[in-house]
Design a protein around this ligand. Structure first.
Ligand code: ASP
Length: 322
């Protein structure tokens, strides 16, 4: 975020959620605790609440999304809000209206929360600077930079499976350079006290040296996975790859694909994660993705709970809109 902008209010609570960069540990823990309370056993009815009764949540997604968009909508509805979903690419922008005019228009319709996914860095903060008092912005993904609710759901999944963060070795492997998921996971896990974060990538997918402070950089997946408690695989971001970044997928799978044999090098209690959508047979094989160590479906369940927790946090911080 740029200087002079903060997403926290005067009481240190979230007014917006655009990045995990400045979110203090107690707020992260509060969100994880809240999210835990929004989970119910598979097959039972999902928890509901009235925290957002009277609120309106607008999902503005300018990039494709299945999980994130659906889970934000379910989270809002299950807390009693009205929701609208707009494909901003197809609507106002295509007609030449600037995003800020779209925001002002929706604000007049008494939208209280904007959930925005956009490939352009800085849009979320720009919108947050322009919304009226009592209106919040949540990022549902910003370029390659940030995906805060994904970082939270990843942290929640790890806490559930490992009982905490102390002493863990977490390996984040794949297209790290272009991954907002990796950046937000690194931020959340660093704040929560994970002892060792390894990032594993071929040179072309390794992030710049100034990024991922404190993480160990490893060029080989076989080495990077050894003894890991958590193995987080990333999707190859083919849509973000340009000429030099293009990758031979067969070759990539040979060297950086997670197979059952490779997973055998991790700790015996290791869990496997992936944010989805998966390129099966490229960064991960199906037997691993669907195997007993995979928490990939649990991540999806946690995604709804975490988004409910963020919305409920806003409601608690602000009280009901008048
Ligand atoms: N769904 C995640 C994202 O929006 C991960 C991915 O697309 O690779 O970043």
């Amino acid at each position: 975020m740029s200087r002079g902008f903060t997403q926290l209010d005067a009481n240190g609570r979230l007014r917006h959620l655009i990045t995990l960069d400045d979110v203090p540990r107690p707020v992260l823990v509060e969100l994880l605790d809240r999210a835990q309370g929004y989970l119910s056993p598979a097959g039972s009815l999902p928890p509901r609440g009235e925290d957002l009764a009277g609120w309106t949540v607008a999902n503005l997604f300018a990039e494709p999304s299945t999980r994130t968009r659906a889970s934000f909508e379910l989270a809002a509805v299950r807390l009693g809000a009205d929701t609208i979903n707009l494909d901003v690419m197809l609507s106002s922008r295509a007609k030449g209206e600037s995003i800020i005019d779209t925001i002002y228009t929706l604000q007049e319709m008494q939208v209280n929360v904007f959930v925005i996914r956009d490939a352009e860095a800085g849009i979320h903060e720009y919108v947050a600077r322009h919304v009226g008092p009592g209106v919040s912005v949540i990022s549902g993904g910003e370029a390659h930079l940030s995906h805060p609710t994904q970082g939270l759901l990843d942290a929640l999944t790890i806490r559930q499976c490992m009982g905490g963060f102390d002493g863990l070795v977490v390996t984040i492997a794949g297209d790290v350079r272009r991954s907002r998921v990796a950046r937000s996971a690194h931020r959340a896990l660093s704040t929560l006290g994970v002892a060792e974060i390894r990032i594993v990538a071929p040179p072309v997918m390794m992030p710049d040296a100034a990024e991922f402070a404190g993480a160990r950089r490893v060029g080989s997946l076989d080495d990077g996975i050894a003894g890991a408690d958590v193995v987080m695989m990333l999707r190859i971001q083919r849509e973000r790859a340009t000429g030099a970044g293009a990758t031979d997928l067969v070759d990539y799978h040979q060297n950086y694909g997670l197979t059952a044999a490779r997973l055998g090098r991790a700790s015996p209690r290791a869990i496997v994660m992936h944010p989805g959508p998966m390129n099966r047979g490229v960064e991960i094989t199906s037997d691993v993705a669907d195997g007993p160590q995979s928490m990939i479906r649990r991540q999806v369940a946690n995604g709804v709970a975490v988004r409910m927790a963020v919305l409920a946090h806003f409601a608690a911080a602000r009280g009901r809109p008048a």
